[in-house]
Design a protein around this ligand. Structure first.
Ligand SMILES: NC(=O)c1ccc[n+]([C@@H]2O[C@H](COP(=O)([O-])OP(=O)(O)OC[C@H]3O[C@@H](n4cnc5c(N)ncnc54)[C@H](O)[C@@H]3O)[C@@H](O)[C@H]2O)c1
Length: 250
């Protein structure tokens, strides 16, 4: 059975990915900082209470994975927080650091420790969760945007470094994904822009060709595809799963 680690896998997109990989026959291990949700993971999915931005925590986790599984086939570096919503002139440095810490340090640490398991095996797949914010930009979300562009740069470098060792790396760039997180993002943006949340939500959908928000299952489907042999010649790519965003600030 193939083995997958998913960071931030106790809620939202990560949890849907975990269920999808389990359904496809993978052994699944997730990490999260939400202890309560870890204790409610579906049977068969292993969970650890680890902060993706903590080098010590991730080192311990990967030592446990090496011990229990002897290697890792797929990494989904998915941990991310939305960070502050604020005009650039008001951007709090602490919130900036916190956002880059989880989204970017977390992705780097996952790649660092996964590479140590995958390189000797001369195979593996790394899948990073970026965002359409990592392809375009999102007003009032400078820390998140900077982190998600950074994730794509990290992914491209990792793909070049590890390709000769049979390891592929790609990034998924979801658009606005239905769920509680996007509700929080929309509320914050509505407050910052003096709009109603409904107007912001309609604007998000209107800015895509398919005129709707993305479902977490759409993102999980892309992760499963990228992990599969059907994607064996796909590496170094940032792939949007967003219904084709073409107007990011309608
Ligand atoms: N929801 C969207 O619209 C959307 C769009 C594009 C990209 N993304 C990205 O997808 C990923 C998942 O987002 P989501 O919508 O599922 O978020 P979510 O808020 O629903 O879930 C995030 C999970 O991350 C966990 N988490 C937070 N900080 C952590 C840390 N330091 N270490 C480990 N776990 C941590 C939380 O406990 C939670 O379980 C993120 O990287 C996010 O930036 C989300």
């Amino acid at each position: 059975m193939k083995r997958v680690l998913i960071t931030a896998g106790a809620n939202g997109i990560g949890l849907v990915m975990a269920r999808a990989f389990q359904g496809a026959g993978y052994r699944v291990w997730v990490t999260d900082v939400d202890a309560a949700m870890i204790s409610t993971l579906p049977p068969g999915i292993r969970g650890s209470h680890v902060d993706a931005a903590s080098e010590a925590g991730m080192a311990t986790l990967f030592a446990e994975i090496a011990e229990a599984w002897g290697g890792l086939d797929v990494l989904c570096a998915n941990a991310g927080i939305k960070g502050p919503t604020a005009a650039i002139e008001d951007m709090p440095l602490e919130g900036w650091h916190q956002c880059l810490g989880v989204n970017l340090d977390g992705a780097m640490l996952a790649a660092k420790f996964a590479a140590r398991l995958m390189k000797p095996a001369k195979s593996g797949v790394m899948i990073f969760t970026s965002s359409t914010s990592g392809l375009y930009g999102t007003p009032y979300r400078a820390p998140y945007v900077a982190a998600k562009w950074g994730v794509i740069g990290l992914m491209k470098t990792v793909a070049m470094e590890l390709g000769p060792f049979g390891i592929r790396a790609n990034a998924i760039c979801p658009g606005s994904v239905n769920g509680p997180r996007i509700d929080r993002v929309i509320e914050a943006e509505a407050a910052a822009k003096g709009m109603t949340p409904d107007a912001v939500r309609q604007g998000y959908a209107a800015g895509t060709a398919l005129k709707r928000l993305t479902d977490p299952e759409d993102v999980a489907g892309m992760a499963l595809f990228l992990a599969s042999d059907a994607a064996r010649m796909i590496s170094g790519q940032a792939l949007a799963v967003d219904g084709m965003t073409y107007n990011v600030d309608p």
